[in-house]
Design a protein around this ligand. Structure first.
Ligand code: PLP
Length: 408
């Protein structure tokens, strides 16, 4: 402890010295590395076409981390974080569990029932969610499920169906990108179990599948065993902090698992995520007894990042609910501001209900590059379109600048 305290002091002094002389651009001795560091610092604020929060608050975390010389330890959360037995000694599973319990509560999972892991990304969460759903249904019915997802959902879902050799039924979405319940019903195979992913929301148009209407389709076919996974990458991050929080409450809208990205709303500085499900779903998986690990290994990956679990824990304690409520409110307010500004200049633009994603007629290539816009093509909206995801760093001033540029 004494060593840690002394090294923390040392690190603090070094940092103060660096800040005092404004030495943000530290030299590595490798010019190409320094140029790259300068470049990402320059462009980060104008990176607005992708759902990343660039207002990252992990500076003190890194100070604490290096002050304790944790960069010299191979940390790893291998194994089931909820296992009673000890696994690999330098794990941070205690913090991972607390992170999962905190996220579980956001979506209505009781502390006693929740199970989950910190994942590498939203895709990794979807991957575990779909894998769990497949095993759950296979073990319950003896049959492989058919997989249903909308044609507007993130491509990772269809890709994962390919990896898992699941029969994919891509269900048509409506003009704004929501899965059409009648189309789901038309495509439903009533002889086989159903694995369904609900988009919350869709990547390009920011559409939220109407879970209740889609669940109503399954309710009309009680002979079909169903597992519902929610791909909540971005929207399930901010919506619990708004007046719309009940939209994602699993006690009001039945679903079995949820994947969220950590680097979208929550301000992780590298790809990370969370998978939330219940102990019942975990228990219903196929068993993989691995003698040299702490218990039954039912998830796909062996190793998981112990550092990401610590970062999530830190953000929950240091940014936390109150700030995230303010962030979410401001993001939705700025979304309406952007839409209104585009309307004012007569630039065709659209935004879904509850969404922070404004899509619009594609501006010049120069604008796309300058603002790192994400592009798409859709005849329903006149062809070439782009979008902006209004995250925490997308301020009204930046929106004004963007709209002035588009006019020119
Ligand atoms: C709806 C949706 N799901 C999944 C993903 C993939 O998430 P990740 O980049 O964290 O793997 C994205 C990424 O933008 C997304 O928008």
């Amino acid at each position: 402890m004494k060593k840690n305290y002394v090294s923390m002091m040392g690190c603090g002094l070094l940092l103060i010295a660096m800040t005092a002389c404004g030495n943000k651009a530290a030299q590595s001795g490798y010019p190409e590395l320094d140029q790259w560091a300068q470049h990402v610092n320059d462009v980060k604020v104008r990176t607005i076409g992708y759902p990343c929060n660039m207002n990252i608050e992990l500076e003190r975390f890194y100070q604490w981390y290096t002050a304790n010389e944790l960069e010299k330890i191979m940390l790893n959360n291998v194994g089931d974080p909820f296992s009673e037995s000890d696994g690999f000694s330098t794990n941070s599973c205690k913090f991972e569990r607390e992170v999962i319990e905190w996220f579980g509560a956001l979506y209505g999972f009781d502390k006693s029932e929740v199970w989950g892991i910190v994942t590498n990304s939203g895709t990794d969460g979807n991957s575990n969610g779909m894998y769990f759903g497949t095993n759950y249904l296979k073990n319950k019915t003896g049959k492989l499920p058919v997989f249903y997802v909308s044609d507007e959902a993130h491509y990772s879902n269809a890709r994962l169906a390919d990896v898992m050799h699941l029969e994919l039924r891509l269900i048509k979405s409506d003009r704004m990108g929501r899965m059409i319940p009648e189309e789901l019903e038309k495509n439903l195979d009533t002889k086989r179990p159903a694995l369904v992913v609900y988009a919350f929301g869709s990547t390009f148009r920011g559409a939220i599948d109407n879970i209740d209407s889609l669940n109503a389709v399954f309710a009309r076919h009680p002979e079909v065993e169903v597992y519902r996974h929610v791909d909540g990458a971005l929207f399930a991050g901010y919506l619990p902090f708004t007046q719309y929080r009940e939209l994602i409450d699993k006690n009001k809208h039945n679903y079995q698992s949820m994947a969220i990205s950590g680097h979208k709303f929550f301000g992780m500085d590298e790809p990370a995520g969370v998978l939330i499900t219940s102990k019942d779903v975990y228990a219903a998986q196929s068993q993989f007894k691995i003698a040299y690990l702490n218990e039954d290994m039912k998830m796909i990956s062996c190793s998981r990042s112990a550092t990401d679990a610590l970062k999530f824990w830190w953000l929950i304690k240091n940014v936390g609910e109150e700030r995230w409520c303010q962030d979410a409110t401001l993001m939705l307010e700025n979304t309406q501001y952007l839409k209104a500004k585009l309307d004012e200049i007569g630039w065709p633009a659209w935004v879904n209900e509850y969404s922070n994603t404004v899509f619009f007629r594609r501006p010049s290539d120069e604008m796309v590059k300058k603002y790192s816009l994400a592009n798409n093509y859709d005849e329903q909206f006149g062809g070439a379109i782009s979008h902006i995801v209004v995250m925490q760093h997308v301020t009204k001033e930046l929106i004004d600048q963007f709209v002035r540029d588009i006019q020119q």
